[in-house]
Each structure stands twice: as structure tokens, then as C-alpha cells.
Design a protein around this ligand. Structure first.
Ligand code: GLY
Length: 565
């Protein structure tokens, strides 16, 4: 059997041609920010230069992204922050959105039990109570060094004076998403000048309502968003347009500091986000399964390598669907068991080296989601690291901007399981842990992660992309630990995605050779070319030996960039 394995590995490697170009990382000595907007990275870097720490830079970067990358950067959504201090315990902040008090288990269903007009995504009741401002404020209260108002200031100024409109925003607004963004005049008008014409690429694009909202946050912190004018305007808009978020929902929202998920992989510590994020558990589970194989020997993106990845992904995503949800509502989630080496060993035992297994659709089922989110990574000159992913769920969230507020509202309620008990091959999942309840946080795939060695962070990484987030983040980690790539190559390399059900493996166009695909098909994998690319990873590697940081912003992210000093 062993000789047969070796022969097959050799054959697979010989037939594998994987085309990725890699890109040169950006290097710096002291501190670095990598985000989906070069402007946001530059401002985060300036905060570091002025003596701010990684948390300070996170606050500034996140608020600027809400101005310069409004498709996903936000104050109207929620997310997760993983903080690895130079010294001391790793911690996390959960600022995931919550279901409003008036939410009910079947709120999106018609009388036949079917989802009414995509209402779990395309409606005002799809908006969860936003968490971003609370999370940033809480993290800053505990760990920030520079004054809060100074950190919000750059975002206020950019919203007030405007910044050169990027082609990406312009194209999304005027070519790709015009119809959806036009449902509410308050939304589409955000992109038009006094004459009613769209701002043009390169022209300064001011956002006066957003500037006013940010100013209230700058002045009054958490309460500047969750109480007073912002909360009132939001509640009024909701009431007038059929939404359900009230001033009470806003006033009750609090972010939570939580214990991180911890695993280890080939001598590295893996620190990531616990539920209601599923990414940490899934990544540790997949890494534990893969630790039993010599991935270096399989070769990067060889058929055997991708087979093993797919089988590990399949199993972790099944567990995700079965067990995970908001920990405040699911007290007995078996997190220890799911992230244990023993569990991985049992799962590994079911993997055939030469055949794809079959996902059992009679259990429960989930659709692919390609939703949008954004990630940034930061390291400061003391060696503190932040990995932060936040989201408004889909591209532009609900595509709704409330009167007078200027920011996009999320449609995160779509991340709940919409139909209790109903699981179908069309892609619904109805398991209990993630059913809608008032004040519950919806399950997320976000996976802000920090890899450490000897107690010090060495890799800060994460990505947007709905459920693909987990697998994108995972593959960058493997590219570095198992394949020895630099951060540019690791982020640029082609990726695959399998999420148990539907039982298909998606690959990025031009990133997997026909020979490799054929080998995988012969093993029983259903290979499907993905439309578009997978994820937009943002990462930083820390090389202590040479005292150098290297960072890369995914070229899949058109406005992204690295800033270091
Ligand atoms: N909305 C994407 C996620 O939280 O996974």
C-alpha cells in the first residue's frame, strides 16, 4: 500500500501544473497595516507612527474603511477582532450584529413556510442591530493609547471633504448595482452631486450625512451611535419603512470580550475567533485533520493535496452546521471536542486517499454564500497584533442608507437559519443552534486569525467571502507553514472551496490546471469553476530573526493596499 501511495503521489505531482504568479510583499521595520483600501492603510500606519498601538490603528482604519470602502467597511454592520498583545493573553472582541427584540423565528416566512421575496436579505427587516461602533469602542477603552476623538477624526475629515472616488466604487454604483441601490433615494443620492449627476472617478466624493454621524461618534463614543440623534433617526426610518429596529434595540446593544479559540498546528499556535464566528473552530478542526498528512510532499495544489483539503473541509463544515451558533443562546456547544486532536483523528480515519467521500444530504444542507465583508491586519512597533474582520453581510449590505445617517445598513439577519427544521438540496439549513431569536447573534464564517510561535505572533491573516472565508484563510496558513511561500505568494495563490454541501469543489478560473481537475474528477470530486475570485486576504508576516514585517494585500482587492514604516 505504501509503495502504491508513493507512486500515486509521484504521478499526481508529475501531472500537476499550477499557475500562480505571486507578488512581491511590502516590507517595513516598525509597523504595518494591510486593508482593502490604500487610504485606510495609510491612515492606520500614520496612527502607528504617532505612537498609537495596534488597537488604536484598528479603530482609525475601521472608521476610514466605512468611508472609503463602503461596500463592506462599515459602522452599520458588525464583526470580530482578535488581539495578540506582545505580552499577555490573547483576547477577542465580538461585535456581531444582534436580532432586534421584535425578531421571531419565522419572521421571513410566508403562510406556506417559504421565504417571502428574499426578505431575509432584501428588506429592512433583514437588518441586524449594528455592532461595529460598540466593538471598536470597547476594544479602545481597554487597550487603546491615543484619544478616541483623534482616531475617529481622519474618517470624519474624509467623509466631510471627500476623497477621490475610485473606479471600483464608481463601477459598482453606476454599472453593476444601480438598480438595487436605487430602491431608496437616500441610498443612490449618496453618490450624486447637487446637480443629480453621479460623482466621477477621481472626483472628490463627500458624504455629509456620514460625516455628521461620525462626528457624533467622535464626540460621544459608544453613546454617540447607540443613543441620541443616530438611534432616533434610525428608529424613525425603520418605523416609516417597515423595519423593526427601535431605539431600545440600539440602547441595549453591547459588544462582548470573549476567550479565543486556540489550536496548534505543526508547532505553531493558532488563535482565532470563537462562536458566534464559526471560522476559528473550523480552521482548527481542518488543520488538525491535515496535520496527519505530509502536505509538503503532496506539493502545493496537486490533486492529492486538494483532495485532502476538500475531505477535511467537508467534515469541518458538517460539524459547523450541526453544532455552532451564538454561545449566549447555545450553552453546550462542544468546542473542546470539535477542536481536539482526537476528533480530527476519528475524522481522518474516514478519509480515503484515492476517493472522494460523499456529503450526506439527508442530514442538513447549506448554500454557498459569496457575501461580502472586509478584513485588515495590523502589527505595531511593540509587536502587538490585531486581526479584524467586519461585515455588512452582502455587497453594500441591505443596500439601504437611512435618511440623514449616510451609512449602509447590514442585512446580516440573512446569516440565521431562516426555516426552522427545513433542510434541502437547494441550500437551506434548519438546525437549531442558529435559528432566529430576539437579541441572538447570527452565526458567522468570519475567521480573523493570528498564528504564533513561542508566544509571539508570526502571521496575521483573514479574508472576506462568506463561507469561503474559512477556506481562504486556511489555505494562506497552509501556503506559509507547509509550502514555505512568502506572504505575497501565499495570498495570491489560487484557492478552492468546499463546504460539505452542496457537494462540489469550486476553484478559481485559470488557477487550476485541466490535468489536476481531471485527476480530482477521477477521484469522484465534482469540480465547478467559480465565477469571480475567492476572497480578498490581507496578511502580515513577522520575521523576528531579521526584524522585518512583510505584508500583502490580495490583488483580488482592487482598492487594497499595504502601508508600513
Ligand atoms: N456575513 C458573512 C459572515 O459573517 O460570515
Amino acid at each position: 500500500m505504501k509503495i502504491r501511495n508513493i507512486l500515486i503521489v509521484g504521478l499526481l505531482l508529475a501531472n500537476t501544473l499550477f499557475a500562480f504568479t505571486g507578488r512581491v510583499p511590502v516590507y517595513a521595520k516598525n509597523g504595518m497595516v494591510v486593508s482593502a483600501s490604500q487610504i485606510a492603510s495609510d491612515i492606520g500606519r500614520d496612527v502607528l507612527k504617532k505612537g498609537g498601538n495596534a488597537i488604536d490603528a484598528s479603530v482609525a482604519t475601521a472608521f476610514v474603511l466605512a468611508v472609503t470602502w463602503p461596500q463592506a467597511g462599515n459602522i452599520g454592520g458588525g464583526g470580530f477582532l482578535v488581539f495578540h498583545p506582545k505580552k499577555g493573553d490573547v483576547t477577542t472582541f465580538d461585535f456581531r450584529e444582534k436580532a432586534p427584540l421584535a425578531a421571531t423565528e419565522k419572521m421571513f416566512l410566508d403562510k406556506n413556510g417559504k421565504i417571502l421575496n428574499h426578505s431575509n436579505h432584501d428588506s429592512l427587516i433583514a437588518v441586524g442591530v449594528p455592532g461595529t461602533v460598540a466593538g471598536l469602542y470597547k476594544a479602545h477603552q481597554k487597550y487603546g493609547k491615543l484619544p478616541w476623538a483623534d482616531l475617529v477624526k481622519p474618517a470624519v475629515e474624509l467623509a466631510e471633504k471627500g476623497f477621490p472616488l475610485t473606479w471600483k466604487i464608481y463601477n459598482d454604483v453606476t454599472r453593476y448595482n444601480t438598480e438595487e441601490l436605487s430602491r431608496f433615494p437616500t441610498t443612490i443620492n449618496k453618490f450624486k452631486n447637487k446637480n443629480g449627476d453621479f460623482y466621477q472617478p477621481g472626483e472628490l466624493w463627500p458624504q455629509p450625512d456620514l460625516a455628521a454621524t461620525l462626528k457624533r461618534i467622535q464626540k460621544n463614543g459608544h453613546d454617540g451611535f447607540y443613543k441620541g440623534k443616530t438611534a432616533k433617526l434610525l428608529a424613525k426610518f425603520m418605523k416609516e419603512n417597515g423595519g423593526i429596529i427601535t431605539e431600545e434595540d440600539m440602547a441595549k446593544y453591547e459588544a462582548v470580550e470573549r476567550k479565543p479559540i486556540h489550536g496548534n498546528y505543526r508547532g505553531y499556535d493558532v488563535w482565532s475567533m470563537p462562536p458566534p464566528a464559526s471560522g476559528g473552530v473550523a480552521i482548527v478542526e481542518i488543520l488538525n485533520i491535515l496535520e496527519g498528512y505530509n502536505l509538503k510532499a503532496t506539493g502545493h495544489n496537486s490533486a492529492l493535496y486538494l483532495h485532502l483539503l476538500t475531505e477535511a473541509m467537508r467534515r469541518a463544515f458538517a460539524d459547523r452546521a450541526q453544532y455552532l451558533g451564538d454561545p449566549d443562546f447555545n450553552k453546550n456547544m462542544p468546542l473542546q471536542m470539535l477542536t481536539s486532536k482526537d476528533h480530527a483523528k476519528k475524522l481522518r480515519a474516514g478519509i480515503d486517499l484515492f476517493r472522494a467521500s460523499v456529503s450526506d444530504s439527508s442530514r442538513f444542507n447549506q448554500a454557498f454564500d459569496e457575501h461580502n465583508t472586509t478584513h485588515f491586519s495590523i502589527v505595531d512597533n511593540e509587536g502587538n497584533a490585531v486581526s479584524l474582520t467586519y461585515t455588512i453581510e452582502q455587497w453594500w449590505g441591505s443596500k439601504i442608507v437611512a435618511e440623514g445617517l449616510g451609512f449602509f445598513l447590514n442585512n446580516e439577519m440573512g446569516d440565521f437559519n431562516p426555516i426552522p427544521g427545513y433542510t434541502s438540496s437547494r441550500g437551506y439549513i434548519g438546525t437549531n443552534p442558529n435559528l432566529i431569536q430576539p437579541e441572538k447573534r447570527m452565526l458567522s464564517s468570519m475567521s480573523p486569525t493570528i498564528i504564533a510561535k513561542d508566544g509571539k505572533p508570526v502571521l496575521v491573516i483573514g479574508s472576506p467571502g462568506g463561507r469561503t472565508i474559512i477556506n481562504t484563510t486556511l489555505q494562506v496558513i497552509l501556503n506559509i507553514i507547509d509550502h514555505g511561500m512568502d506572504i505575497g505568494q501565499a495570498i495570491e495563490a489560487g484557492r478552492i472551496h468546499h463546504q460539505w454541501l452542496p457537494d462540489i469543489t469550486k476553484y478559481e478560473k485559470w488557477q487550476l490546471s485541466p490535468d489536476t481537475r481531471k485527476l480530482l474528477q477521477n477521484m469522484g470530486h465534482k469540480m465547478v469553476e467559480k465565477s469571480g475570485t475567492q476572497g480578498r486576504a490581507m496578511g502580515i508576516l513577522i520575521d523576528y530573526e531579521n526584524g522585518v514585517l512583510s505584508g500583502a494585500a490580495d490583488t483580488r482587492s482592487p482598492d487594497g493596499g499595504v502601508a508600513g514604516y
